[in-house]
Design a binder for this molecule. Structure first.
Ligand SMILES: [Zn+2]
Length: 112
């Protein structure tokens, strides 16, 4: 008794922080091999998750973590779509909702 409803979490491929699914941007590799941003989180295929921040987008692109997570190369157009999604997200930028134990991510953000 008294257990909270489990919130499904996913790990950002860039900063490795686990967040609620809805706080992350999903990138999906569809069964036909095409890559796309999946705002609904409902498209079928192999998904990878990324914080909607410019920092994580840059990290994912530079380190190839998104490509590795999906097992394929990511077209530039997908990064452009992600950048648009990041710009549209209210969570972009330093978030006031970040928990205080989020220091690892902040350190990475500073070391650019
Ligand atoms: Zn992240």
């Amino acid at each position: 008794m008294g257990r909270v409803r489990p919130v499904p979490t996913r790990t950002c491929v860039a900063c490795r922080t686990a967040r609620p699914k809805r706080a992350l941007v999903r990138v999906v590799r569809a069964p036909d091999g095409s890559i796309g941003v999946d705002p609904t989180g409902k498209r079928s295929g192999r998904g990878a998750y990324l914080c909607p921040t410019a920092e994580c987008l840059r990290l994912a692109e530079r380190r190839g973590s998104l490509a590795r997570a999906l097992g394929t190369t990511i077209p530039t157009s997908v990064f452009e779509a992600l950048a648009a999604a990041v710009a549209a997200s209210p969570a972009s930028g330093p978030g006031p909702t970040a928990p205080s134990d989020d220091r690892r991510e902040i350190d990475e953000n500073l070391s650019r």
